[in-house]
Design a binder for this molecule. Structure first.
Ligand code: NAD
Length: 486
């Protein structure tokens, strides 16, 4: 028990750190050691949600009218604050979520970089002028903020995902209600704290922490909420999207069932590397993580042997103790889901290795599962269709490029997809044929740039607006067209 374990964290509403209305809190559990409590966090309900929306609405007019250079200066200071505290924030992130310290540190620094990116890009995000027949008239469009924006984020990237939503919202002049996942709330709390330390005026950013069942409706269905940017599961995103009002914009970034195609001409060592890194980094808990390996039958035996050898060498452990390839799964629910899919896979397909809960010293109190591989998988099987979100890979044999593409696209999802090939023709065709928002050629399905658009197709996204990059600002602004004569 250290000081952090006993600390009671609060919401941040209307410029004050406040307990939730009920006063109830819940422990934040370290998934590598469930006896370790990483602070206690509010169990907010609809009362707190409504207060946060009201505070954001009250702060909107003044924030919209704040000069953009001042808004940008606050974002720059928030980014600096995160960088100055990168080591401690990364440690806490690892302790509450389980990923390795190196990955956590990268994530914190990436968040600072994202905030800076939007502080700059947001200052030059403009409308257009339009030629017309009247020499005395100027026609132009201007971009304006929307009002109150609700940001809801998952536990797997608990600081970088909310950073890429909150920064463009704020620089554009919106006010924000932010609900991080209760399964990793401390990182979101530190992000909010960075903006507060940077001098954000009261009510411009409001943090409300609590279970979706209690607080969700109040921060998504309220008429004052003009936009919802959500990242999480397809089921939750669909529910929120359907419940949003006519004048509430939604941006839903959801689940995936991402394929890596390995053609017969691929460099097999490299293809195996893509499978291992794409499938098992973050213990398979990345939305863009590889979960289906569509391998040409001609190279399937060689690919499988090499993959099994690489998997044997993977290390598993507590991210705070060293740079392990895999950490624990992030929650008890994640553990149960992954183990149930492993059991299902053993009935549906041929189990080659892994999928066991690790026991013994150092593992007993954590949610550790060994990386799993199934072969003989077909597209009809549930392990090939449903998002598992864990370290489980399914090998599916295909004959040639056309069958590989047909299999890859035979899914409700369309988040990310990769191909391993040395044939330039297939690389080009793949970019055109694949139904995915992120297309990788000889790269892992995971990973995306701060300055490039990001988002899925099909049920992986509402595909309304893209996140990330310059286009990420579009979601947070509305367009007016002005006709000005004489
Ligand atoms: P989740 O859907 O359970 O929860 C995500 C967030 O939404 C949490 O903060 C949760 O409390 C909140 N939430 C859930 N239902 C809600 C409701 N009805 N109203 C308001 N808030 C609600 O997802 P998770 O388990 O935290 O994260 C894993 C999922 O996120 C996976 O499906 C993964 O693919 C997806 N994900 C997608 C992306 C992407 O960019 N597409 C990135 C990361 C994770």
């Amino acid at each position: 028990m250290d000081e952090l374990s006993q600390q009671e964290f609060r919401n941040y509403i209307g410029g004050e750190w406040v307990p939730c209305a009920s006063g109830a809190t819940a422990p934040n559990i370290n998934p590598a050691d469930t006896a370790d409590v990483v602070g206690r966090f509010p169990l907010s309900d609809a009362v707190d949600g409504a207060r946060a929306v009201d505070a954001a609405q009250a702060a909107f007019a003044a924030w919209r009218d704040t000069p953009i250079s001042k808004r940008a200066a606050i974002l720059f200071r928030a980014a600096q604050h995160l960088e100055d505290h990168a080591d401690s924030v990364a440690r806490e992130l690892t302790r509450e979520e389980g990923k390795s310290l190196a990955l956590a540190r990268d994530e914190v620094l990436r968040s600072a970089q994202t905030i800076r990116f939007y502080a700059v890009e947001g200052q030059s995000f403009t409308g257009e002028t339009f030629v017309n027949d009247d020499p005395d008239m100027v026609v132009y469009s201007q971009r304006e903020p929307l009002g109150v924006v609700t940001v809801i984020s998952p536990w797997n990237f608990p600081i970088s995902i909310p950073a890429r939503k909150i920064a463009p919202a704020l620089i554009s002049g919106n006010t924000v209600v932010f609900k991080p996942s209760s399964d990793a709330p401390l990182s979101g709390y530190r992000l909010a704290e960075a903006f507060v330390q940077a001098g954000l005026p009261p009510g411009v950013l409001n943090l409300v922490i609590g279970p979706a069942s209690k607080v969700g409706q109040a921060i998504t269905a309220a008429p004052a909420v003009r936009a919802i940017s959500f990242t999480g599961s397809t089921a939750a995103g669909e529910q929120i999207h359907r419940g949003a009002g006519l004048t509430t914009r939604t941006q839903m970034e959801l689940g995936g069932k991402n394929p890596l195609i390995v053609l017969a001409d691929a460099d097999l060592e490299r293809a195996v590397d893509l499978a291992v890194k794409g499938g098992f980094s973050l213990s398979g808990q990345a939305c863009t993580g590889t979960s289906r390996l569509l391998v040409d039958r001609k190279v399937l035996p060689a690919f499988t042997d090499k993959l099994l050898a690489r998997m044997k060498a993977l290390t598993i452990g507590n991210g705070l103790d060293g740079n392990f390839d895999l950490g624990p799964l992030a929650t008890r629910k994640q553990l149960d889901t992954v183990l149930s899919y492993v059991a299902l896979g053993k009935q549906e397909a041929t189990h080659l290795t892994g999928g066991d809960r690790l026991e013994g010293s150092g593992f007993d109190r954590g949610y550790y599962v060994t990386p799993a591989l199934f072969t003989g998988v077909t597209q009809q099987m549930r392990i090939a269709r449903e998002e598992i979100f864990g370290p489980v890979l399914a090998l599916i044999a295909v004959d040639g490029y056309d069958e590989a593409i047909a299999c890859a696209n035979d899914t409700e999802y369309g988040l990310s997809a990769a191909i391993a090939t040395t044939d330039a023709r297939y690389a080009h065709r793949f970019a055109r044929d694949i139904q995915a928002g992120t297309v990788k050629i000889n790269r892992t399905t995971t990973g995306n740039l701060i300055n490039a658009p990001f988002g899925g197709l099909k049920s992986s996204s509402t595909s309304t607006f893209r996140e990330s990059g310059r286009v990420g600002l579009e979601f947070y602004t509305q367009i007016k067209t002005v006709y000005r004569a004489g």
